[in-house]
Design a protein around this ligand. Structure first.
Ligand SMILES: *Cc1c(COP(=O)(O)O)cnc(C)c1O
Length: 356
């Protein structure tokens, strides 16, 4: 039996008729850019999230960049984020013109260590960007409290955590503007690149839509110089179909994770993921910590089981951040994590037999 790390094809087969019909309609109507399919997805995503605005963009990286630019984050500012994420989170801070300041992760849940944030706040700190890594909510109570106390803008990177929840509220509803990726393998994935920003702030929503649409809300009315970052009609139509299934998929991911936890609980040298109290984890990634990680990965591979590492090098240790001069001692938890973390196959369509 070959077990892939993710299996997007089996999901397509479960929705084939709906998806084919949606794509066909977009092509028939030539509704490729903007138009009713994009508007419909924005409306249903905002509605399901219980927020006033959803602005679709080209990908989750652009979503972060657009938020930082439109919040006025730039030269002279510092933005605090976690040591363990995909580079989009930090590169967009730099690209907006600010300086990225990393904080180590907590040993139990792998999200930003809230006890180490305050010591990194300076008079230049403008924003705090938690990442709900693997689909697990960061400690939002403490994060909100720090943002209030130090007047920081809160931006949540929800690329891995569609519809995860913290104390009954969905992640993506705590920050001032919060970002999503619909990269194909994300919990809610398009058939190409796509992303979105949600916010309850009318003025910010307007600014972000304008910036991402060549600086204008009407054709030829360019109020500023912007960029071109949109979700196309095909992706929006596909996402609208898939949005109707996301809750069930997330529930299955959670059930699979609980089963993995149960089956792995007595294996020495392997630590299974824990879930923060009062949180709903959506298990975009199911990652264990293994003392002999590389050997385990090779063993699984020899048995036809694909795995992945999220991430082999924590952000501060990447060549891209050599200029910050960080070493393993600056982020000991993230460093241990990069040596031991191993992600097992995870997708809603996994079978009991495959998990066993
Ligand atoms: C996937 C991801 C992104 C970037 O999304 P793209 O759509 O691939 O640009 C940003 N942040 C995190 C945490 C991600 O996992």
């Amino acid at each position: 039996m070959q077990i892939p790390f993710v299996d997007l094809k089996s999901q397509y087969y479960t929705l084939r008729q709906e998806i084919d019909a949606a794509m066909h309609a977009v092509i028939e109507e030539s509704a490729f850019i903007e138009g009713k399919y994009v508007a419909a997805f924005e409306q249903s995503f905002a509605q399901k999230y219980g927020v006033r605005h959803c602005i679709t963009v080209a990908n989750g990286t652009d979503a972060l960049f657009i938020v930082f630019k439109c919040l006025g984050i730039g030269t002279g500012d510092e933005v605090i984020t976690t040591a363990s994420s995909w580079i989009s989170t930090s590169q967009t801070i730099t690209q907006a013109g600010a300086r990225v300041v990393f904080v180590d992760i907590e040993p139990r849940y792998y999200t930003i260590d809230v006890n180490q944030i305050e010591s990194k706040i300076t008079s230049r700190t403008k924003a705090l960007v938690p990442v709900h890594l693997y689909g697990h909510p960061a400690a939002m109570d403490a994060i909100q409290e720090l943002c209030r106390k130090h007047h920081l803008l809160l931006v949540e990177d929800c690329a891995q955590a569609h519809f995860a929840a913290y104390k009954g509220a969905r992640v993506g509803t705590f920050g001032f503007a919060n970002t999503f990726s619909f990269y194909p393998a994300k919990n809610l994935g398009a058939y190409g690149d796509a992303g979105a920003i949600v916010t309850n702030d009318d003025a910010l929503a307007r600014a972000m839509r304008m910036f991402s649409r060549y600086g204008g809300l009407e054709k030829h009315q360019h109020e500023i110089e912007g960029i071109n970052s949109r979700t196309d009609g095909l992706q929006a139509a596909i996402l609208s179909v898939k949005l109707q299934h996301i809750d069930g998929w997330n529930q299955r991911r959670l059930a699979h994770a609980c089963l993995y936890n149960e089956l792995l609980k007595d294996i020495p040298g392997v630590t299974t993921p824990q879930i923060r109290q009062d949180s709903t984890h959506v298990f975009h990634v199911y990652a264990v910590m293994a003392k002999r990680r590389d050997e385990l990965q090779q063993f699984l591979s020899s048995r036809g089981i694909a795995t992945a590492i999220h991430y082999p090098v924590a952000l501060p240790f990447l060549p891209a951040y050599r200029y910050l001069g960080h070493g393993p001692d600056d982020f000991p938890v993230a460093y241990q994590h990069q040596l031991q973390t191993l992600s097992l196959p995870m997708y809603p369509e996994l079978s009991r037999e495959q998990i066993d």
